[in-house]
Design a protein around this ligand. Structure first.
Ligand code: SF4
Ligand code: SF4
Length: 102
């Protein structure tokens, strides 16, 4: 069962309050990419990321908004801001992201 299936089973009242995820704002001038010891690599064979209904868990949870949606339905990492924390790799339900030593 995918994460989309889990959410489809719920009504809107069952969903937790959400927030707005946007490009880095106040942190725009503080590029955290230089902290990085590991970099995320996405396995592009995992087709869900190219699907219009891609789960985008990685995009939502990245603490540095370093994952960018590019058209059409493609994801890229902004290495100026990716600090290599590995949250995206840990939380991806398909294990489509691996951390690789720099
Ligand atoms: S969390 Fe994983 S499956 Fe979901 S969009 Fe990101 S890389 Fe793709
Ligand atoms: S490793 Fe951390 S900072 Fe980099 S893209 Fe993943 S969640 Fe964002």
């Amino acid at each position: 069962m995918t994460i989309q299936d889990e959410y489809r089973k719920k009504g809107w009242k069952d969903l937790p309050p959400g927030g707005i995820v946007d490009r880095p704002a106040t942190a725009r001038d503080y590029k955290t990419g230089t902290w990085r010891a590991f970099r995320p690599i996405r396995n592009k064979d995992k087709k869900i990321c190219q699907n219009p209904e891609a789960c985008l868990v990685c995009w939502i949870l990245c603490p540095d908004a370093a994952i960018i949606r590019v058209e059409p339905n493609e994801l890229e990492f902004d290495m100026d801001y990716c600090k290599g924390c590995g949250v995206c790799a840990l939380e991806c339900p398909l294990k489509a992201i691996e951390m690789e030593q720099e």
